[in-house]
Structure formats: structure tokens, C-alpha cells
Design a protein. Structure first.
Length: 138
């Protein structure tokens, strides 16, 4: 077996690391990191969710999501409201942060376009389909 041809995971990891570093630079003025933006985006895309729904969707450990949501709540990005069950709390984008989240989503979309500009539309669609296929096989 020729291991030099088996570097796909390494390339994926390096690509994600580089893109996250660059994205952190974009998020710096908002006092956010990519891991925090991931949760905000999850709620922006899916609407209000429980903590359990968030960590299951993101495939991240529950304590990590709980800590990050707490920080984002303290920063004014998120709020938690009671759910139907007294123990359940529903996480929302804070009312006063909704416009800012929409603006930030546009900035991130532009950043994504910058990072993928060298791909044709067909290549970008292929990449998206392949990544969705990989992540759907959890």
C-alpha cells in the first residue's frame, strides 16, 4: 500500500484549519470564533433548538456546546427561553442580535465565495455533494 496516496484526511484537515484561521480573522471584530459562529449559524439556519438538538446536529460533545452557548448568551448573541418541559430550555438568537447575525452571515458567505473562487460551479457542487455524503454517514 502506498501511503503517499492516502492523505485525503490530512488534506481535509489542513484545508479546514486554514479556512478556520482566515475565518477567525473575519470574526475577530465581532469578538467571535468559528466554533461560536457554528452554533449561531446552526440556529440562524434551523431556528430555535434545544441544547441536545444543537450538539447532536453539530456532532460536538454536550459540555462544549453548553459552555459555548453560555458564553454567547453572556455576549448578547443568544438567549434561552423555557421549553414545554420545565427542564428544557430552547436556545434562540437574541432579538437584538438578529440583524447583526444576518449581516455576519452575508460576510461569511462572501468569505466562502472568496475561498472557492477558483472552483467552477460544477466543482463547487461536486465538493458540496461529496462533503454532504461524507457527513451523512456519521
Amino acid at each position: 500500500m502506498n501511503y503517499s496516496n492516502h492523505n485525503l484526511l490530512h488534506l481535509l484537515n489542513q484545508s479546514v484549519r486554514l479556512m478556520n484561521q482566515r475565518m477567525n480573522e473575519k470574526l475577530k471584530e465581532y469578538d467571535l470564533y468559528t466554533s461560536q459562529w457554528a452554533i449561531i449559524y446552526c440556529l440562524h439556519k434551523n431556528g430555535p433548538m434545544t441544547l441536545t438538538d444543537i450538539w447532536q446536529y453539530m456532532n460536538v460533545e454536550a459540555p462544549t456546546v453548553t459552555r459555548t452557548v453560555k458564553r454567547l448568551e453572556e455576549k448578547g448573541w443568544l438567549s434561552r427561553k423555557p421549553g414545554t418541559d420545565k427542564r428544557q430550555r430552547i436556545v434562540h438568537i437574541a432579538d437584538n442580535a438578529k440583524d447583526e447575525v444576518s449581516r455576519l452571515a452575508d460576510i461569511i458567505r462572501s468569505y466562502e465565495d472568496e475561498q472557492l473562487f477558483h472552483l467552477s460551479t460544477e466543482e463547487e457542487n461536486q465538493l458540496r455533494q461529496l462533503l454532504e455524503h461524507i457527513t451523512s454517514n456519521k
